[in-house]
Design a protein around this ligand. Sequence first.
Ligand SMILES: Nc1nc2c(ncn2[C@@H]2O[C@H](COP(=O)(O)OP(=O)(O)OP(=O)(O)O)[C@@H](O)[C@H]2O)c(=O)[nH]1
Ligand SMILES: [Mg+2]
Length: 287
Amino acid sequence: MKSSLPYHHVTHTLFNISTKRHSSSTTLDIFRNVRSAEQVHSFNAAQLKAADDQTQGDVFPWLKGLPEVIITGRANSGKSSLFNAVLGRKDLIKTSSKAGKTRRLDFFRVGDAPGKLILVDSPGYGDRGRPEWGLLFDSYVQKRKELRRVYITFNARHPINVRDQQMLAHLSRTLFEALSTSWASSLESGNPRLPRITQIQPVITKADHLPASTTEAQLVVDRLKKEVHNAVRDALEGSETGRIGVSSVELAKLMCLSPLVTTLKMNPPFGIENVRKNIVEACSLTG
Ligand SMILES: Nc1nc2c(ncn2[C@@H]2O[C@H](COP(=O)(O)OP(=O)(O)OP(=O)(O)O)[C@@H](O)[C@H]2O)c(=O)[nH]1
Ligand SMILES: [Mg+2]
């Protein structure tokens, strides 16, 4: 079995892709009782189909309007494991070495009831994904007002592939359409307000699989960062971003954040505090 990288190696990589710093006291506050997190709901493709016949709106459960973040990524890229780590739990969420474990949207409340925010785990895409899971994810991203940020995982061991590019393209167009619609309605209301951009946060998981040389590891991270950004930029080029007064290049920069790097094969797991801070910031809960 391949041994884990030395701690300093991944630390170095993480520092080099410098991420925004946030007040850690608020983060600690929100995640202080992280172990009290609970699953508060789940929603599967069959429920979506049944509900869609009744309404065109948000069909997902009302969770007191708490801010939500959702995670996506290729099947088996480590989405559910990452959320377990963020929640300081080993197996609140079921994980598996076999792709296709998560088959529905699962909603987890962070903190004691009524909670501060909701993490939404979702099924993976790619060869082991299913079309109905894609519809479920799409419906959530298109309709959910509480959505604050979309996390997308990339296994450090695998280069980005065409399915990742398709997902990034689809996601950025969907988020742009939502932005454009809320801009149009704010114009109509006679009270134009710059809409909030729902951002995409890439997360490189399984960083223990990055090459052992720091330079090579950095190259992998930089390449992924560039490819993800380019996929978003190219997708937005085909959208009429001028409608909201920005170029596709500008919007891509605003919409797609720099990747975070994590590995759970260290004790304690690496990069998790940064993911927590990022979630807290996405939910506008920083003090
Ligand atoms: N080496 C390594 N393996 C990891 C890491 N994180 C998760 N894994 C493993 O990756 C496998 C898949 O993890 P999951 O969290 O179930 O992945 P998922 O993306 O939720 O998978 P699906 O629900 O099937 O789409 C499991 O065997 C985990 O133990 C990590 O940081 N390093
Ligand atoms: Mg999963």
